[in-house]
Design a protein around this ligand. Structure first.
Ligand code: AMP
Ligand code: MG
Length: 417
């Protein structure tokens, strides 16, 4: 397994922009995932480990794009209608051998090979049939309704780049290019812990001072959506020695250790102490809200990320820090989701020099432009601000105020995962 150096997360600046964090991750960290071959039907959501090349032209031969009549454009009367004798019939799946498309017309169907000599197809809706003869109107361009061999992908061309997270349409293209299996990255093995003496397993009655652990199920399921294999290792108590032992164990057979809670700089932040004892720890003071400092570390050569404890901060830091990190370790292209424009239906003030993600609900305004309404309660600990909203709007670093009517960038929750 690749070993990370203890200083790989070192960062000199005081406040770190998201873009700098992502760039540093891409520069300093290796791809840890291996390669395996999977049948296409099992590769949805996995990451292509190698470029997929076309084994043959797609389509493999020139063919008709419509049901109609294949002809040679040179046989058409440039002045008006053309009458051609229908000399053959070509359904899809039949070979065109022995059939010629010049000097007459061939009744042809979508996907059937273009007969030699033919270069153009009239749609059946546009012609008149008179017995053995088809009457063709004038004005159709040469090559109309005919598809060239290789016009989608030429033989040997790269159909899918390495690093693409495979979608159903990618798998369709791989199949069309002649493949039945694909080389994909192995899933990253992520060790997941919650930390805190106040945490109780969901479903277990709460004693005084306790809360239910809600981060772990959110993180575990988000990580699975991001393609990881998650080892749910439960709750760690705030005891540095025991924590250190568990982190060391986890480092042995995982590609990443992820925790939430216990990494601020207070005296009760025992994860910090434990990681410092068995490895190296760097605090990244990210210029984002919500998201307090995120702890980046290395335990015995394995990367460690300590997320804040508050659920709102967990969500945002997972999206903007852990997601690019997983992409890098897993050999995937990190694609920032493409936000959509929305109009602010709220006013807001914010500090300069940090990116802020505001939880909003959206609905179409009177002119059908989407309008965003801010969730009334702001705390990073308010879980319902994630469940009762449609997504996040991104307020740029330089922005200090939002006025009603401002155009903002919106990322739906559904698009983020
Ligand atoms: P900490 O960073 O450990 O000081 O935690 C910050 C806040 O997040 C505290 O209110 C914790 O109780 C809360 N918190 C920490 N971990 C979890 C968790 N797994 N589930 C829900 N809340 C948590
Ligand atoms: Mg804690």
């Amino acid at each position: 397994m690749a070993q990370l150096t203890d200083d790989c997360f070192a960062f000199g600046g005081a406040l770190m922009r998201i873009e700098d964090a992502v760039a540093l991750i891409a520069e300093r960290l290796p791809v840890l995932a291996g390669t395996e071959w999977l049948p296409l039907g099992q590769a949805d959501g996995r990451v292509a480990a190698e470029p997929v090349l076309a084994l043959h032209d797609v389509p493999p031969f020139p063919n008709s794009a419509v049901d109609g009549y294949a002809i040679c454009h040179g046989d058409l009367n440039p002045e008006g209608e053309t009458r051609l004798l229908v000399r053959g019939r070509l359904p899809a799946g039949m070979a065109a051998e022995g059939i010629r498309g010049d000097g007459g017309a061939i009744r042809i169907f979508t996907g059937a090979p273009m007969p030699p000599g033919a270069d153009t197809v009239f749609m059946q809706e546009d012609v008149r049939r008179e017995g053995d003869v088809v009457v063709l109107p004038s004005g159709l361009k040469r090559g109309a309704n005919a598809r060239d061999a290789g016009e989608d992908i030429a033989r040997g061309a790269r159909a899918i780049p390495a690093g693409r997270r495979l979608r159903p349409q990618d798998l369709a293209l791989a199949a069309a290019c002649g493949h039945d299996r694909i080389a994909v990255r192995t899933r990253l093995r992520v060790a997941l812990f919650s930390t805190g003496d106040e945490l109780t397993e969901p479903g277990v009655p709460l004693l005084s001072g306790a809360i239910h652990d809600s981060n772990r199920v959110m993180l575990a399921t988000l990580l699975v959506r991001l393609g990881a294999e998650v080892a749910d290792l439960g709750i760690l108590r705030d005891e540095p020695e025991a924590l250190a032992v568990r982190l060391r164990q986890a480092a042995r057979d995982h590609d990443l250790i992820l925790t939430s809670g216990g990494v601020s700089t207070g005296e009760e932040d025992h994860v910090k102490t434990a990681v410092e004892a068995v490895g190296a720890l760097m605090f990244w003071r990210l210029a984002i809200k919500p998201g307090r400092p995120v702890a980046m570390g290395v335990v015995d050569g394995t990367p460690f990320v300590g997320l804040p404890g508050n659920p709102g901060a967990v969500y945002v830091t997972l999206l903007f820090v852990v997601r690019p990190l997983l992409a890098r370790l897993g050999g995937a292209h990190d694609i920032k989701p493409l936000g959509q424009p929305v109009r602010a239906a709220f006013t807001y003030r914010k500090k300069a020099s940090r990116r802020e993600f505001v939880r909003v609900s959206v609905s179409p305004g009177p002119d059908a432009v989407l309008e965003a309404m801010k969730y009334p309660r702001e705390g990073a600990g308010v879980l319902s601000s994630l469940t009762e909203t449609d997504g996040l709007v991104e307020l740029d670093d330089a922005v200090t105020a939002v006025a009603t009517g401002d155009m903002l960038t919106f990322y739906p929750h559904a698009m983020l995962w």
